[in-house]
Design a binder for this molecule. Structure first.
Ligand code: BGP
Length: 493
């Protein structure tokens, strides 16, 4: 069997708000993630709020298809009596040396992590950056370099400084473009020579399901989402432009959530529905990676009365500075139909139609390793830009066995098949794939549910859903398996 390329960037991925903890240490400001309490696999996470004038408090659901409507005068706020998983998470902030060492033991070539914007600019619109925040990530990147690990840095992973959310309604405001680009320039300058790969917005298309999580937007209507996406596209293009000026070695990628939609039947109406649903996701990469708005979305905006606050120069920027590469997360596929069906199943933050050919995990996500090859082919054919799988994996309720070890055969088997899928995309289909970052490589908090028991890692972290536990790190069986995979360039699965 042909191997993976020698320079293939094997590794794992994390996000600041799900992993770091230390939410108010060393001058960090509050982020939108810090006011999100937990949910469960059947119940949405909640955003807690307070009305500063009346003192009234409450919460609104974060997603799972439920509308998010804040009462008049309500502002997201940290309240007593709620548990906020991001506040402590699995404490990478104080365990980074130990964790990066574990990654190096597995042979990681790359580590995807995010910078928490509110550590660098606590209010988002501050004139000067917070030196302690900058210094923290500098130490982290130096630690990576010590082991020859290439950092891949997401600039905004499901968090925005809370002040920008409250004061400007998040990314609905064009002011956010300037604040973000200033932040991006600050870190790209500071980490010049230490960081080569950046991603602008995690899963930018999640705007359509949760504008709050994706963009700190407190209103849940089509106009807000369209404007939020437009502003993030322009900010991404300006980040690419700034990177060219700061250091031509830097590559800035897009990050998309892409698990293709299948049609349930051969009924052409089902086929068309699936095509349009995939297009609705690929709209985000058509703009950010392809460099232009597709015609259908302009028709849609016109029909729905959506008017973008834009400038002609925005479209020139989008065409001139598209993303250098397209990275994506891929966990599962979903199914659509025009016919009436009874069985529904879970998906990332939403519910869909059950696929009769696939099993699901405990959270209802389909287990579909083939989807990776399908997605890679579609994206490669559409854009012909280098691709990068920056999230993939399976949430499992891992337990410590009586022998003190964590046996996770389900994870190993799933990942074996996913890696085989990528292998075929490279070697049989000719896809240019830069690397593979397994999601949540060291256990961390789940984004959709806020749970700890939904674990993805090669390394177990002793912490539970109430936030209790020693935080001890224990390698799972998959840790030793992945080490062998990397050492053999993906040949020994
Ligand atoms: C993606 C997010 C991650 C991550 C992952 C797994 O959507 O980018 O932040 O958490 O999904 O999802 P979950 O944690 O909900 O299982």
């Amino acid at each position: 069997m042909a191997k993976f390329p020698k320079d293939f960037l094997w590794g794992g991925a994390t996000a600041a708000n799900q992993y770091e903890g230390a939410y108010s240490e060393d001058g960090k400001g509050l982020s939108t993630a810090d006011v999100m309490t937990n949910g469960s696999h059947t119940e949405a996470r909640k955003i807690t709020w307070k009305n500063p004038k009346t003192g009234e408090t409450g919460y609104v659901p974060m997603a799972f298809g439920q509308a998010m409507t804040f009462p008049e005068g309500a502002e997201p706020a940290v309240l007593d009596g709620y548990y906020y998983p991001s506040h402590t998470a699995t404490d990478f902030y104080h365990h980074y040396q130990e964790d990066i060492k574990l990654m190096s033991e597995m042979g990681f070539k790359c580590f995807r992590l995010s910078i928490n914007w509110a550590r660098i600019f606590p209010n988002g619109d501050d004139a000067e950056p917070n030196e302690k925040g900058l210094a923290f990530y500098e130490k982290v990147f130096q630690e990576c370099r010590k082991y020859g690990i290439e950092p891949l840095v997401t600039l905004s992973h499901y968090e925005t400084p809370l002040n920008l959310s409250v004061k400007y309604n998040g990314w609905t405001s064009r002011k956010l473009i300037d604040f973000f680009v200033n932040y991006a320039k600050t870190v790209m300058q500071r980490y010049k020579g230490l960081v080569k790969y950046y991603l602008t917005f995690n899963e930018i298309n999640m705007m359509s399901l949760s504008p709050y999580m994706a963009a700190g937007i407190l209103t849940d209507d089509a106009q807000s989402k369209a404007q939020g996406a437009h502003n993030q596209f322009v900010a991404s293009a300006l980040t690419v432009k700034a990177a060219r000026e700061i250091d031509p070695e830097i590559k800035v990628g897009q990050m998309l959530a892409y698990g293709p939609v299948y049609a349930l039947t051969a009924d052409p109406k089902d086929q068309l529905k699936a095509l349009k649903e995939n297009d609705a996701t690929l709209f985000y990469s058509d703009v950010q990676t392809g460099g232009r708005y597709p015609d259908w979305i302009l028709k849609k905006y016109e029909a729905e009365g959506i008017e973008l606050e834009d400038k002609d120069s925005d479209y020139e920027l989008l065409a001139q500075y598209p993303a250098d590469f397209l990275s994506f997360s891929c966990y599962s596929s979903s199914v659509t139909t025009t016919h009436e069906v009874k069985d529904t199943t879970g998906g990332n933050l939403s519910l869909g139609v059950k696929n009769p050919y696939l099993k699901t995990n405990d959270w209802g996500w389909t287990i579909d390793p083939d989807v990776l090859r399908i997605a890679l082919n579609q994206l490669w054919d559409r854009y012909h830009k280098p691709l990068w799988v920056v999230e993939n994996g399976i949430g499992v309720k891992d337990q410590i066995s009586e022998d003190g070890k964590i046996h996770d055969p389900e994870r190993i088997s799933y990942l074996q098949q996913c890696i085989a899928s990528m292998h075929d995309a490279i070697n049989l289909d000719g896809v240019d794939l830069m690397g593979y970052e397994m999601w949540g490589c060291i256990d961390l908090v789940s984004a959709s549910t806020g749970e700890m028991r939904k674990r993805y890692g090669f390394v177990y972290v002793d912490r539970d859903d109430k936030g209790e536990g020693s935080l001890k790190r224990i390698p799972k069986d998959s840790f030793y398996w992945y080490k062998k995979v990397i050492a053999s360039d993906g040949e020994d699965l």
